[in-house]
Design a protein around this ligand. Structure first.
Ligand code: NAD
Length: 264
């Protein structure tokens, strides 16, 4: 029987790892053998308990339990200095970098006519500029890897429009353009660049921002997804492992959406 893909000995950075999908991706990369730098946002090391002690973040404990190293870092992906420091910390700690997963992202619901410039900028800054800054900082190190790869978290919103989400859709269309272009720029260096396009995953993005009502969420799933179920963080993590271990796949945007956009 063929062995499952191995990332043994590799080092990955996952942005937005405190989030649901980012956590799923980090877990699957670690299960495949990668040590992981987890970009956690505020309070990277855990939370302060009743006695004032800082507890280790559960994801760090979980990955350590798999026998892999997990290093949490605090970084705003829109800040070039913090991004450079995150990449340097990864390379100083592990001596190499093989996989960058640009997963951090934000969304909100607002028609264009009512949207402030600040809200437009917030979404474009995290979803597009953050991906650019992290990629730019990682490229010199990925070039030195024998299996360098960048995986960008796009969306089914990369392929169509969604009323009330012009900023998000614009940012996710941009993610695909960036992915394809960077794939061409880095092909000679044998660094691959691909995008994951999730359908609907039950995360705060849905439960708090898009459809706060659980019944409406379930109804949406049934109505728009041909397979009749939502997608999972594990789905995205397994695809990330597949992409990170596929040396002849680059410039692709792969949908994991239960058939939701098959006709688009
Ligand atoms: N949930 C879905 O159905 C869905 C569908 C398609 C695409 N996506 C994409 O998946 C990715 C992860 O989203 P999620 O659903 O897990 O949401 P989430 O809210 O659970 O995670 C988003 C993460 O991004 C981080 N983040 C936000 N701004 C940041 C900044 N400036 N610097 C660093 N980190 C920052 C947050 O701290 C959080 O950890 C996003 O790019 C999102 O667009 C999600």
């Amino acid at each position: 029987m063929k062995k499952s893909p191995s990332l043994e000995g590799s080092v990955s950075i996952v942005t937005g790892a405190r989030g649901v999908i980012g956590g799923g991706i980090a877990r699957e990369l670690a299960a495949a053998g990668s040590d992981v730098v987890l970009q956690m946002g505020r309070d990277p090391h855990g939370s302060v308990d009743a006695t004032g002690q800082t507890r280790e973040h559960p994801l760090v404990r979980e990955i350590s339990g798999m026998g892999r190293r997990a290093v949490p870092v605090n970084c705003d992906v829109t800040n070039p200095q913090q991004v450079a420091a995150m990449v340097e910390e990864a390379v100083e700690t592990f001596g190499r970098l093989d996989v960058l997963v640009n997963n951090a992202g934000v969304v909100s619901l607002c028609p264009v006519e009512e949207m402030s410039e600040a809200e437009w900028d917030r979404v474009m800054d995290v979803n597009v500029k953050g991906m650019f800054l992290c990629s730019r900082a990682a490229i010199p190190h990925l070039r030195r890897s024998s299996a360098g790869t960048i995986i960008n978290n796009a969306s089914v919103a990369s392929f169509g429009g969604a009323a009330g989400m012009a900023h998000y859709c614009a940012s996710k269309h941009a993610t695909i353009g960036f992915t394809k272009t960077l794939a061409l720029e880095l092909a000679r260096d044998d660094v691959t660049v691909n995008a994951i396009c999730p359908g609907i995953v039950d995360t705060p993005m849905w439960s708090e921002v898009l459809t706060p009502d659980p019944a409406a969420y379930r109804e949406t799933i049934k109505r728009v997804i041909p397979l009749g179920r939502d997608q999972t963080p594990e789905d995205m993590g397994r695809l990330a492992v597949f992409l990170a271990s596929s040396r002849n796949l680059t410039g692709e945007a792969i949908r994991v959406d239960g058939g939701m956009t098959t006709s688009v």
